[in-house]
Write a protein that binds this ligand. Structure first.
Ligand code: SER
Length: 875
């Protein structure tokens, strides 16, 4: 049996022997194409070669390409052949061979390498492609009735994304036999049934489709073929579904044995979903696409949550999907060595994402269940957009997941309503940053068209003689600019670095004959450099000769921070491991912010070691070199690339002798010694699986030092101590405070006890009871109550009546022992009769009562009345 790995290898060997350059799979993140969410076909990385916008280093290529297609996500696992992640075997020609050779290669590889019985092969061609027909019939010898002409929907391919190469195509099919068919006499390729299975698509690229859908002839015709590896393996291994091919079987077996659930019956679909999605997640995350709330990241989150929903359906209550990463890596890691490097990080990101969703999925599911049980399938009622939105927003249910579950119960969802809810949420978010819009930005694209590329001289020079190519003010293009006007200038050449690759734009001056244009920021749009700023004096005209000069100190500080981020990345990889990859960075003159893939917070020890290592490399005064070389060579030499960066074919490689090597267009110091000193300010997490370090060099470090110094001065002056013996003095102050606290406690206790004693001494006997009363001031209700209590405890048969003026108001508290109550006294009743005398009301229980009033002057009268009450009550 040909295994999936055999197929990859034999495909590569075959086309290598036919003079093709074997090109590694490009990232799932398409690097040159914002119109594509993911790499969806082998040809994606070759789009510029078909378009003729790059110079060709070879004219035939072959690849095994990682692909991700998610438009049919809700079918994946339920059908025999839908996948999100798959591999595409493809051979390509850029102005080299065309239809005849492409057809011959496909036929030869099918019959002699894969051993497919030629009798079983059928082909389809584009309806009016007589040339292809002749080749199949005459050169290959396929009988005429096995060459089927199909229309545009089937046999015209492309482009991938909104624009690019496309053309008629021809497809190869295997006839699996009438037992798979529909029985119709006319059954042939193109029929909906299962008999003829397409396995190889040969695209004859002739056109370039522009963004408006117009077809123009391609500068050079080409070939783009694609054969789905998993589908091919299904056919060759004689199984019925992609999930029964060797690699997938290993995964479903793993899931079955780890979960203790048999791969049969109701468990089949969930296990297929889990296996399939675990592959997609592993590959996408290896290429730097992480689950998030937007764009590609959100698609990934949907895949992950869908996998989790199915694992829950199997009855697995714990995070499980992350455990499938290891078998994926061990099966496919030989061909894709990049998988192993990131596996640990990926597992931990998936696991934390699983935990997060498991927290809400139970509640979300029961909510969804109860909504669905209230909707009669087929009644025309739908699940409302509002409900779908709440499930999304509160329980983390991707819309498509809600829709899929609802569809399983025969209930449609109001998608428009959901989108309207989403839009109003977005609108709420947008309002806050609208104000930041710059009036000048809207002319950037026009400036690019007008001026083309700017020559950048700033790697070596700090000033240049230049000519003004264009001036744009807030009103648009202008020939002249007056003092005080905000504008941007485009020059033919410039030393100003336009913000890119995380490095901020330069500041400086553009000057000529008394005119001074202060550059406050520099941007780069495509390859046009845009100098934003204000004319301080004089006049500048389009076409005028000027001197453009960056602020050299500012640039030196930026250089130091930029080279330091390279040292930081290398140090992080040494200390934390090779899975560390840059996920974003910002470098300015004050500090750097560096985001990288890593699964847990760094320990103090790790932070210390990284900082140490970076400083060592700085103090070793290592040379920093830059070199321009072909991308391929750079990557081969081990230069680090950032996954979502767009690189040209020739790239700039920045290396710190023996320590770091990165693709980078930024500006750097020539020797690490110029970085001076490096300090990590903060380590934190901006999102799952990503850590962020903020650090500084040179002025940034000095400023932080100054800030700390000011802070400690403020502390010392507030405590009135000198910095020299601050710690000793603070310890003394704390000691004294502790002493004082003790003292206060003691005094308070003494106070209450002695107050109670003196009250007891003043007790009057009234019949069988002892009566104590006193008007105090400044004691609140609680203090009065504790005092009354203390007296009652110590003095048998007592009635205690206390009053206090507190905060301009009166408080009365009465307390009585049980024997006094037996003798006839009732605090609650006494209070009812006397509270009015302090301008208030209140009552309470027989043993304790409290009241407040507006009139503190009434306190002595109230206490007298209470005494009278006692006399009456106990006589
Ligand atoms: N681009 C074509 C496809 O995706 C052939 O590679 O099918």
């Amino acid at each position: 049996m040909l295994t999936v790995m055999d197929l990859r290898k034999s495909f590569v060997e075959y086309f290598k022997a036919k003079g093709h350059k074997i090109v590694p799979s490009s990232s799932l993140l398409p690097k040159d194409d914002p119109t594509l969410l993911f790499t969806t076909a082998g040809m994606v990385q070759f789009k510029p070669m078909f378009a003729g916008t790059v110079e060709l280093e070879y004219t035939r290529a072959a690849s095994v390409q990682k692909c991700l297609r998610t438009s049919d996500l809700e079918n994946v696992g339920k059908t025999k052949r839908h996948l999100t992640f798959f591999e595409m075997l493809g051979n390509f020609s850029f102005g080299d061979y065309f239809k005849k050779e492409a057809i011959e290669f496909a036929w030869d590889f099918s019959t002699s390498v894969m051993g497919i019985n030629s009798e079983k092969i059928w082909v389809s061609i584009y309806e009016d492609d007589d040339e292809a027909f002749e080749i199949w019939k005459n050169d290959i010898g396929v009988p005429e009735h096995k060459i089927v002409r199909l229309g545009k929907a089937d046999n015209f391919w492309g482009p991938a994304g909104d624009s690019g190469a496309c053309g008629p195509c021809s497809e190869l099919y295997i006839d699996r036999g009438p037992e798979f068919g529909c029985g119709s006499d006319d059954c042939k390729p193109g029929c909906e049934c299962e008999r003829f299975m397409e396995y190889w698509n040969l695209v004859f690229n002739q056109f370039n489709q522009d963004i408006n859908g117009n077809l123009n002839p391609l500068p050079r015709t080409g070939i783009d073929t694609g054969m789905g590896l998993e589908r091919l393996a299904t056919l060759l291994q004689g199984v019925d579904s992609v999930y029964e091919t060797d690699e997938f079987k290993t995964l479903t077996e793993f899931i079955a044995s780890e979960s203790g659930i048999k791969y049969e019956g109701d468990a089949v679909v969930p296990m297929r979903v889990m296996a399939e999605h675990a592959r997609s997640l592993t590959f996408a995350m290896t290429d730097g696409i992480y689950p998030s709330n937007e764009g590609r990241g959100y698609v990934l989150r949907r895949i992950l949550r869908r996998a989790l929903r199915y694992s829950r359906q199997l009855g697995i209550k714990e995070p499980f999907i992350h455990r499938i990463v290891d078998p994926v890596v061990s099966i496919m890691g030989e061909f894709y060595p990049e998988l192993a490097q990131s596996a640990r990080n990926i597992k931990s990101v998936i696991e934390s994402e699983e935990k997060r969703f498991l927290d809400t999925i139970e509640n979300g599911m029961s909510r969804l269940d109860s909504i669905l049980s209230g909707i009669e399938p087929g009644s025309g009622s739908r699940l409302s957009g509002r409900d779908a939105f709440v499930l999304y927003d509160t329980f983390g249910f991707p819309y498509e997941m809600t829709a899929e579950i609802a569809a399983e119960r025969g209930v449609p969802v109001d998608r428009k309503g959901f989108e309207a809810e989403m839009e109003s949420q977005r609108e709420r978010g947008r309002q806050s940053w609208k104000a930041g819009d710059e009036g000048l930005e809207r002319f950037f694209d026009e400036a690019v068209k007008q001026c083309g590329d700017t020559v950048f001289t700033g790697y070596t020079d700090e000033s240049s003689k230049s000519e003004i190519s264009a001036i744009y003010t807030e009103d648009g293009a202008s020939d002249i600019i007056e003092p005080g006007q905000r504008a941007f200038l485009v020059l033919d050449r410039t030393p100003f670095y336009g913000e890119s690759g995380g490095q901020v734009g330069d500041i400086g001056l553009i000057a000529a004959d008394g005119a001074r244009f202060r550059v406050l920021d520099t941007k780069k749009n495509h390859r046009t450099v845009i100098h934003l700023g204000e004319l301080e004096s004089g006049k500048l005209k389009k076409g005028q000769q000027v001197t453009a000069e960056i602020d050299p100190v500012n640039r030196n500080l930026i250089r130091a921070n930029h080279t330091a981020t390279h040292l930081l990345q290398a140090a992080l990889r040494k200390v934390l491991g090779e899975h560390v990859k840059q996920a974003g960075s910002i470098v300015d003159s004050e500090k750097m912010r560096f985001d990288f893939s890593h699964f847990s917070a760094m320990t103090d020890e790790e932070i210390y070691r990284v900082e140490e290592l970076v400083n060592r490399k700085i103090w070793e005064n290592r040379e920093v070199g830059t070199e321009i070389m072909p991308l391929e060579k750079a990557v081969e030499s081990g230069a680090m690339a950032v996954f979502d960066e767009k690189y040209e074919d020739t790239v700039r490689v920045v290396s710190v002798e023996g320590f770091s090597k990165e693709l980078c267009g930024g500006t750097h110091v020539s020797n690490t010694g110029k970085i001076g000193v490096f300090s990590i300010l903060r380590e934190m997490s901006p999102g799952a699986g990503v850590r962020r370090i903020e650090a500084a060099t040179l002025r940034g470090v000095l400023e932080r030092y100054k800030e700390r110094e000011r802070f400690s001065e403020e502390i010392c002056s507030a405590l009135n101590i000198s910095e020299r013996d601050a710690l000793k003095r603070i310890a003394e102050i704390q000691e004294r405070l502790r002493g004082l606290e003790k003292e206060i406690k003691k005094l308070k206790g003494n106070d209450a006890a002695s107050a109670a004693d003196s009250l007891i001494a003043s007790a009057k006997s009234i019949g069988p009871v002892k009566f104590v009363s006193k008007a105090l001031s400044g004691a609140d209700g609680n203090a009065l109550k504790s005092l009354a209590d203390a007296v009652r405890e110590k003095l048998p048969d007592s009635v205690v009546c206390l009053g206090s003026e507190y905060d301009g108001k009166a408080i009365l508290v009465y307390a009585a022992t049980s024997s006094a109550i037996k003798a006839g006294f009732d605090c609650g009743k006494a209070m009812k009769q006397t509270a009015a005398l302090v301008g208030g009301g209140g009552g309470g229980r027989p043993d304790m009562a409290q009241a407040g009033g507006k009139n503190p002057d009434g306190i002595p009268g109230a206490l007298q009345a209470a005494e009278d009450f006692v006399k009456n009550a106990v006589s």
